[in-house]
Design a protein around this ligand. Structure first.
Ligand code: 7TS
Length: 413
């Protein structure tokens, strides 16, 4: 695939790279709008994983034989790709993990747990995914630290005044999402980080919903930690990245022990391996990392700015056609939001919306989106959510809108 020199974003060409999109579901062309949950994979990713298992499969960092060297080159090459993708200063700052969830848990257990004391404070926000809530609650229970929660406006924007009031000498960690999975809000993470640093706090950004849609430059942001999942950015499941500043990672003890993460082991004591291997105990997801590298290359080749512009167009169309349907209320209308439309419909449970639109070939997510405190904030148990990716079209938006009209018909609303 070579797109060099292409300056017009041709979504129909892009779609050709994704084999799964070309099928019928329930007698209709598939309209896949559940990208917030997981994204589809381009052929280059699928081919790289298959090639790895057909030609190169071996364990990494251990063998002197040819296959092991190839596997190691592929795995470590993917680390270089991830470093470039995030613009990290050093490849040793890229730790491969299972996904965002594991990345956050690693920071919670290896950084926060040993460093926090009773009376210290951790700041998160109302809109966080459970994976950026529960690990901090666990740390609070383990250390006596206290969780503070930034409120949000009705539109779904963080209350930055409240945030600034919360910050103080007790603030040790600020952990917020870059883009909300349930609202689409793009948070002002640069300001959040700068203000946290001004009081000496360490920051973690949950980039799970950001990396498929907008630039994530950890040096420009000055993020201390940044986590994302491969499967949401067109790579395989079971692989993700935790970026951490070298000095911080160096200061931390691993929270998992085993092979790969050690330099020497004796029954008298063990010494740990260098970064990033210190945090990668056991045989890693080698094929996953290689696939992730290809996925990040794919995004880079298309160009994140071109992707953002295309998605903005699709989002505007969706906001207009869904918002116009009587009885539909969009939840999450913050300015500058990203590719997500969450909505509720008068008198119809979101699960029923999901079921009826599925019969029309349209895949959306319904439920609490692992953000129960956020649902509570809006006084709803669940929403229906369409989440767009780089391969979605305005025609698909129209198919979604038509399917929602069908829901009204079915439920006589
Ligand atoms: N953070 C955010 C903002 C997310 O959206 C998700 C997954 C996670 C963390 C966890 O990622 P994982 O790869 O470690 O599971 N969000 C969703 C979603 O919105 N629907 O399904 C999963």
């Amino acid at each position: 695939m070579s797109r060099a020199g292409r300056n017009i974003y041709d979504v129909h060409e892009v779609r050709k790279d994704f084999p799964i999109l070309h099928q019928e579901v329930n007698g209709h062309p598939l309209v896949y709008l559940d990208n917030g949950a997981t994204s589809q994979k381009p052929r280059s990713v699928i081919d790289a994983v298959r090639h790895y298992y057909e030609r190169d499969n071996a364990n990494v960092h251990r063998g002197v034989h040819a296959l092991s060297e190839r596997a190691t080159d592929g795995y470590e090459g993917a680390r270089d790709t991830a470093q470039r993708f995030l613009n990290a200063a050093d490849r040793s700052e890229i730790v491969f993990v299972r996904g965002t969830t594991e990345g956050i848990n690693l920071v919670a257990q290896s950084y926060a747990r040993p460093n926090l004391r009773e009376g210290d404070e951790i700041i998160i926000s109302t809109m966080e995914h459970h994976s950026n809530i529960v690990p901090w609650q666990m740390v609070c229970a383990q250390t006596g630290a206290e969780l503070k929660v930034i409120p949000i406006s009705d539109e779904g924007a963080l209350d930055m005044d409240a945030y600034h009031e919360m910050l103080g000498p007790k603030t040790r960690i600020v952990a917020v999402m870059h883009v909300s999975n349930a609202l689409g809000t793009v948070n002002p993470v640069k300001t959040i980080i700068d203000s946290a640093h001004a009081v000496g706090a360490v920051t973690l950004i949950d980039g799970a919903q950001a990396t498929p849609h907008l630039a994530a430059d950890v040096q420009a942001l000055d993020a201390d930690f940044y986590a994302f999942s491969g499967h949401k950015v067109f790579g395989p499941t079971g692989i993700g990245v935790l970026y951490g500043k070298r000095a911080l990672l160096d200061s931390m003890e691993p929270y998992q022990g085993g092979g790969e993460m050690i330099r020497t082991v004796s029954f008298e004591g063990t010494t740990y391996n260098d970064l990033p291997h210190k945090f990668e105990a056991g045989t890693p997801n080698i094929a996953g990392a290689i696939g992730l590298g290809k996925a990040l290359d794919y995004v880079t080749e298309l160009g994140i700015d071109a992707i953002s512009a295309h998605e903005h167009d699709v989002l505007e169309a969706a906001t207009a056609s869904i918002g116009d349907i009587p009885g539909v209320r969009i939840i999450g209308t913050a300015e500058g939001k990203s590719s997500i439309v969450s909505f509720v419909m008068e008198g119809v449970h979101p699960h029923d919306i999901g079921t009826v639109v599925d019969a029309e070939g349209v895949a959306i997510r319904t439920g609490h989106h692992c953000a129960m405190p956020l649902m509570k904030r809006y006084g709803v148990a669940a929403t229906a959510r369409a989440s767009f990716a780089l391969y979605n079209t305005r025609d698909e938006v129209e198919a979604l809108a038509a399917a929602i009209w069908k829901v009204k018909e079915v439920f006589g609303r």
